[in-house]
Write a protein that binds this ligand. Sequence first.
Ligand SMILES: *[C@@H]1O[C@H](CO)[C@@H](O)[C@H](O)[C@H]1NC(C)=O
Ligand SMILES: *[C@@H]1O[C@H](CO)[C@@H](O)[C@H](O)[C@H]1NC(C)=O
Ligand SMILES: *[C@@H]1O[C@H](CO)[C@@H](O)[C@H](O)[C@H]1NC(C)=O
Ligand SMILES: *[C@@H]1O[C@H](CO)[C@@H](O)[C@H](O)[C@H]1NC(C)=O
Ligand SMILES: *[C@@H]1O[C@H](CO)[C@@H](O)[C@H](O)[C@H]1NC(C)=O
Ligand SMILES: *[C@@H]1O[C@H](CO)[C@@H](O)[C@H](O)[C@H]1NC(C)=O
Length: 624
Amino acid sequence: MLRFLLPWALILCSAFTSCLARRAPYAMRISCGARQNVQTRPTSTLWYKDFGYTGGIPGNASHPNYISPPLKTLRYFPLSEGPSNCYNIHRVPKGHYSVRIFFGIVVSSRATSEPLFDISIGGTQIYSLKSGWTNQDDQVFAEALLFLMDGTVSICFHSTGHGDPAILSIEILQIDDKAYYFGPQWGQEIILRTVKRLSCGFGQSKFGIDYGGDPWGGDRFWDHVKSFGQDSDRPRSVEDRVKQASLPPNFYPETLYRSALVSTDSQPELTYKMDVDPSRNYSIWLHFAEIDNSVTRAGQRVFDIVINGDNAFEDIDIIELSGNRFTALVLNTTFTVNGRTLTITLKPKQGSLAIISAIEIFEIITVESKTLSEEVRALQSLKKALALPPRFGWNGDPCVPQQHPWTGVDCQLDRKSGTWVIDGLGLDSQGLKGFLPNDISGLHNLQTLNLSGNSIRGAIPSSLGAIGKLQVLDLSYNFFNGSIPESLGQLTSLKRLNLNGNLLSGRVPASLGGRLLHRASFNFTDNADLCGIPGLPTCGSHLSVGGIIGIGLGASLAFLILVTCSVCWWKRRQNILRAQQLAARAAPYAKARTQSSRDIQMNRHTSYGNGRNAVETGPILLSS
Ligand SMILES: *[C@@H]1O[C@H](CO)[C@@H](O)[C@H](O)[C@H]1NC(C)=O
Ligand SMILES: *[C@@H]1O[C@H](CO)[C@@H](O)[C@H](O)[C@H]1NC(C)=O
Ligand SMILES: *[C@@H]1O[C@H](CO)[C@@H](O)[C@H](O)[C@H]1NC(C)=O
Ligand SMILES: *[C@@H]1O[C@H](CO)[C@@H](O)[C@H](O)[C@H]1NC(C)=O
Ligand SMILES: *[C@@H]1O[C@H](CO)[C@@H](O)[C@H](O)[C@H]1NC(C)=O
Ligand SMILES: *[C@@H]1O[C@H](CO)[C@@H](O)[C@H](O)[C@H]1NC(C)=O
């Protein structure tokens, strides 16, 4: 029995472990505006209910009649919700992803025209909607292939003044780490934005999942074309198996190679032409399989591929390069388009006509530098403390995409670190309430801060003194109270300081007053009770609590000393008086003695020539 079971067990095990090795890719699909998870037929694709958004309003989507999935809800972002809104999806495993966003039209929307807006992922602008997108199957979404390495993806929608951005769905689908590798320039520093993905020949537009494609292929949408136009081609399709299709890293669906467009005898060249944005780099992928029964050997169909006049590939022989008939061949190249059109021409050289199964065109976008994360945190703390209303659109990255920085934030690229830093903040006259948080000192590169004309309360944070580059600080016309922090004296670059029109009190720091008098303009007027520099009252007449205590202590001490002194003086005086009284009582005897001695002296000398005797005798003479 065991002898029979063992081989089966081994087979099962190996099948199981290979299943483990090929785990399913991460997939997150969001049905925007949906209150419940949604499952769409026929593939039972799971769409999570709406989450992760920063604003906007849920609504019903007008039925997209040209494309699946038939999601019924959307989220739209009127300007009152701010110029930029985002979906922030967290806990996304590190990896390579295809991110796709379907646009929508709000049912019974006041605006009759389609909205046009910009889309960014992680701060890099990937797409601007083009008018007419509602009429083209492959224009109703934007798709980008990129690396997500920090666990979070922020997908933002930026108003451009052409209607309210409206989003039907967001998909974050993991793909192979090397998918669409095209050469050394490929990597985490670039994003590939899908411009075109055509499946040529008979068939219908489909998603990879409908084709039974490998999930690691990213569920690509293949837009079917039956002709490149001008009667220069005819579609062809077969039912045969095609080998080498679903291989890593791109896992193309086999079905892709079962149909093709073939040029005609009257027009042997096969030409595909499309409008593109000028001066961009494109990655171009061309798909072939020899499915024509008339071509059976190498050498029977050889052609060149010319892109905008340049020979991209020469002597392409599908059977020779792929190794067989009914075998997939994928070629890729990068190309800089200078004009507004991209033209791909297949020029037959030997034998038969040209044939092609599919075309993919990507725009190569360089990933934008981000804002220094410490400064982003400082701004987020400020956003919270000032309770910034949505109209400011402080979502996503403060500085990028460069076309859509946060309202009131001035940015500068620090070339050394390759990050953006904030060098100016102007939120003057915006009706802001709240307070100024200590964390504002995280904005180390701030040179100008203007919060004038708001209703900001509380103390001026002493941490402002740590922003060494600050040149202009305007906090005028708010409700700042308390005293001016000593630390502001450390701001050696300060040229302008407006603190007028607040409720400040106490002494202006001497360091500040003295220096400002010489080099900078300042205004401390219209405050509660400031003192200490010329132009303001002297601090003596306006005493702080500390001052009062100090003076109280001083006065008590002085009183003590006075009392002590008076006591001493009185005691001394008493002593003197007593001594005089004693002296007075002793005087008659003294007089008598002197008298007698003088009598003796007079008797001896009979002369007053000695002054001392005269003084000595004075009192005696007076008193007698
Ligand atoms: C969306 O449509 C449903 C019915 O399908 C309706 O109950 C709901 O009120 C609509 N919501 C909005 C925002 O129009
Ligand atoms: C794309 O072409 C380059 C050569 O130009 C090649 O190195 C690379 O492997 C190709 N990529 C894929 C996925 O086949
Ligand atoms: C296109 O690529 C070249 C080098 O491959 C690069 O110098 C140039 O900056 C790129 N252009 C754009 C618009 O990215
Ligand atoms: C700050 O903004 C106010 C109001 O907009 C303006 O009057 C003032 O000149 C600005 N302050 C500085 C220092 O530029
Ligand atoms: C400043 O105002 C706040 C209320 O806005 C108050 O709580 C605080 O005590 C005041 N501080 C001073 C020093 O007056
Ligand atoms: C200071 O501000 C007051 C108003 O608060 C204004 O009248 C005065 O002209 C300003 N002084 C200077 C020097 O700017």
